[in-house]
Design a protein around this ligand. Structure first.
Ligand code: HAM
Length: 422
């Protein structure tokens, strides 16, 4: 029979009991740290469906983006409706707040979940990947920019990421963006025979996106093109300097006027964090301000700024991986003792919620069970046999220290012992 395998660019994540910073354990650890950080900023969780009406992404992420042009997982459902697996989370968050009629409120939301983009898989680039996102809604340009960068600094610090650059730019206010787009268009139009089809399309619909072109010929032409910094207002330049100066001691921040993001909805401050430790796919988070999106999707005029973090990439950079919980491997020596001994384990578990008690459910010799406990990286083996059950004792063996003697403890000593494990 032909083997059924996972789809290209999609991976299984299987947690391992041993305390390893490999893919799955590292990813789960990183996700938990992010959730803790979001909580410390008093950001609330939002969950939206993985599937959305296809037009949501066309009207938000935009027709000129690679995502909408060639990377969407779109299908028709049984009712012939075109639906799409979300390629990102921002559009869904805005759709949701409009639908719930809270698009006139200020809110801070975070989300974490899978996204789908039909890209060519390579290191750090998958077709199903996870993003953690933050959307700060209802606050105009200013302190919200500082809050987003503050969160990024906290993430870098908590995960021990040092080799990283936070690139920031400003796409201009409405007027200066328009002036710049016109200047860019006027410069590029006479040279359009040298541009590829995609860049010509971008030039007509969203000229800023030409700056993001992958074509080396276009990039060569752009060297002489007008630069955005010559069009920015003092207010926009001041904001970039404010962000840089506020966090420069903690975070390596660079103003990069060539940074334009790959999605159409951005309006002002934009950023991307990159690390050369990641190889070609070096951006581990990105985002910016998108003040027009809510109105564009039929909602109120709601200023907004946000970011999304690529969990797989972030976990590759995570240096602080450690599992904080203590594992106790609970070994019952003889099968006719199981129910009574199991009940002891059940009762012990409720004493300290920061320890894990793994009752070894399989048959097997004490030796093989101890081998298993070591393999799982357990800190202690609790062993219970016929004699121990009768005398209400448990043998405690420390597995972290090879030379330590095993100790026999009665139930109240054990309870005390467990209570004191940090
Ligand atoms: P984005 O830059 O398209 O922005 O994605 C954010 C992050 O997701 C990237 O920096 C990268 O780390 C990760 N990522 C993207 N594609 C892949 C992939 N194929 N495989 C692995 N990781 C990937 C957004 O999605 C915006 N929604 C961010 C945002 C939120 N802007 C405002 N609010």
């Amino acid at each position: 029979m032909e083997k059924i395998q996972s789809l290209t660019g999609m991976m299984d994540l299987i947690e391992d009991k041993a305390n390893k910073a490999d893919t799955a354990n590292g990813i789960f650890y990183t996700e938990n740290i992010l959730k803790d950080i979001f909580e410390t900023y008093s950001i609330l969780e939002i969950r939206t469906p993985a599937l959305e009406d296809s037009s949501l992404f066309k009207r938000s992420v935009g027709d000129t983006s690679d995502i909408v042009n060639k990377e969407l997982y779109s299908f028709t459902d049984k009712n012939d409706k075109s639906i799409t697996l979300r390629p990102e989370g921002t559009a869904s968050v805005i759709r949701s707040i409009i639908e719930k009629k809270i698009d006139n409120e200020s809110n801070k939301f975070w989300y974490l979940g899978p996204m789908w983009r039909y890209e060519r898989p390579q290191k750090g680039r998958y077709r199903q990947f996870s993003q953690a996102g933050v959307e700060i809604l209802g606050y105009s340009e200013g302190i919200a920019e500082l809050e987003i960068v503050s969160i990024i600094c906290s993430i870098n610090k908590a995960l021990g990421i040092e080799n990283s650059i936070l690139k920031i730019n400003h796409l201009g206010d409405k007027e200066s963006k328009e002036k710049y787009c016109n200047a860019l268009k006027n410069f590029l139009m006479p040279l359009s025979s040298k541009l590829d089809k995609k860049d010509i399309q971008r030039l007509n619909t969203n000229p800023l996106r030409v700056l993001d072109s992958k074509s080396s010929e276009t990039q060569e032409i752009l060297k002489d093109a007008p630069k955005i910094n010559d069009f920015l207002t003092d207010q926009s330049i001041d904001l970039l300097n404010l962000v840089k100066n506020t966090f420069s001691e903690e975070c390596n921040i660079e103003i990069d006027h060539t940074l334009v993001r790959g999605l159409d909805y951005y309006t002002g401050f934009v950023f991307e964090a990159v690390s050369s430790d990641l190889g070609a796919q070096d951006a581990y988070l990105g985002g910016g301000r998108y003040d027009d999106l809510c109105k564009q999707l039929g909602g109120k005029d709601l200023p907004a700024i946000g970011m999304a973090i690529g969990i797989e990439r972030l976990s590759l950079l995570t240096k602080t991986y450690k599992k904080n919980r203590t594992l106790i491997s609970f070994i019952i020596i003889s099968s006719n003792l199981e129910p009574k001994a199991y009940k002891i384990a059940h009762n012990l578990r409720s004493i300290n919620s920061s320890i894990d008690i793994d009752v070894q459910l399989s048959d097997g010799s004490l030796k093989s069970k101890l081998r298993r406990a070591n393999k799982d990286n357990a800190s202690y083996a609790f062993i219970i046999g016929e004699d121990e059950l009768k005398s209400e004792n448990i043998i405690v063996k420390s597995l972290n220290d090879e030379n330590s003697e095993q100790i026999i403890m009665n139930i109240s000593e054990i309870e005390n012992f467990i209570q004191n494990i940090k």
